[in-house]
Ligand binder design. Sequence first.
Ligand SMILES: [Zn+2]
Ligand SMILES: [Zn+2]
Length: 363
Amino acid sequence: MKAAILYETNKPLKVEKVTLDEPQTNEVLVKIMATGVCHSDLHFMKGEMPAALPVVPGHEGAGIVEKVGHGVTTLQPGDHVVLMVSFSCGKCRYCAAGRPTQCVENLPIMSMATLPGGHRRLRKGNQELNHLFGLASFAEYTVVHERSAVKIRDDAPLEVVCLLGCGTSTGIGAAINTTGLRPGESIVIYGCGGVGLSAIMGAKLVGAGKIIAVDALSKKLSMAKKLGADYTINAKKEDPVGKTMELTGGGADYALECIGNVDVMAQAFASIHYGGKCIIVGMAPLGAMISAAPFEFLLGKTLMGTVQGDICPSIDIPRYIDLYMDGKLPIDKLISHTYSLGQINEAFEALERGEVIRSVIKF
Ligand SMILES: [Zn+2]
Ligand SMILES: [Zn+2]
């Protein structure tokens, strides 16, 4: 089968024929039907996050289970699934406490780029290949741990709902779960890419009073408006902090930073009211630091993070899909381009240039 391989950082991906082993204990073989093209992969491809090379990237995959390994109880052949960027073991204290995206196994999987347990099932000749996020979805087939795949309804279009594997559920979840937003409260969202626009949809869904969207590209701001933003601020033309203060009468209840830029994080923190919450959703390069005036904490402000929007995948993914299918969560609007696996480098170049909101590789 074909897969896109990253041999060296800052070099194009190579689409080549590779071998995939049979699924072993607790693993499933998934035929990938569609996979989103997300900035998180780009951080590894550019060496901003340490990547275990060579690696098959791709982590917003959706497909159909073809085969199950020994001991698999939650899935069977024919099941439609969305792959999850955050693994949850179901047993550690974080999983047991209902915070599965904070699972202790997540970080090792991300840093080693293997399946849970350190396994690799991909090979190019005699060379073993790593699986980014334990998923490696830039491939015609993948083998994943059964807990990396969430079973979904059969009638949902896989080329749309694949986005829920990472960026889209992160944005929706951050706006709903991480904030705890109640109807009428205000929220300012910095960055209107796939994650930020998903956050706008999430905030709209739970009845935010004022949704303020900030970006430097007018094209993205008009999309923000279409998806539910009440106000938009072009950060190239206006000071987003001052404008948010003015629109909210002293600061928003919540701010989300959905870019991964430390200067924007400081602006987001400055945009909230006393007692407000600022949530860092974006992924900054490893080693970057943020600064905040400690005095701000005496105003009761909170600066916090989130992992994949603090969702419970087995509950929230089917729920978001139902909302999408009912027309209440238009995540399909995020997809501006589709590509084939052979066009993967083109897809990443367009993403870097800010030309696409979200693109999907279709198989
Ligand atoms: Zn766990
Ligand atoms: Zn992602």
